[in-house]
Design a protein. Structure first.
Length: 74
């Protein structure tokens, strides 16, 4: 499991932050929000997932991921 910080975003403003351990960034976002997610696109309300690791990010393994929720929280 890897450690992630999942941030709920409104434009460029962080409105909530969660610490999550998951196998992949999309899974961390889904676990933190409790809804299915997809790639961000141009959504104003979106989710930033930051991988908390000592390894530096590369083009093939970025450290920051952007998603948007599909549906509402339960």
């Amino acid at each position: 499991m890897r450690a992630y910080r999942v941030e709920e975003m409104d434009g460029e403003t962080v409105i909530a932050s969660h610490a999550v351990e998951a196998m992949a960034p999309f899974e961390a976002a889904r676990m933190a929000l409790g809804v299915e997610i997809t790639l961000r696109g141009d959504a104003d309300k979106w989710i930033r997932v930051v991988e908390l690791t000592d390894r530096p990010p590369t083009r093939l393994r970025p450290g920051i991921f952007e998603f948007r929720p599909m549906g509402r929280r339960s």
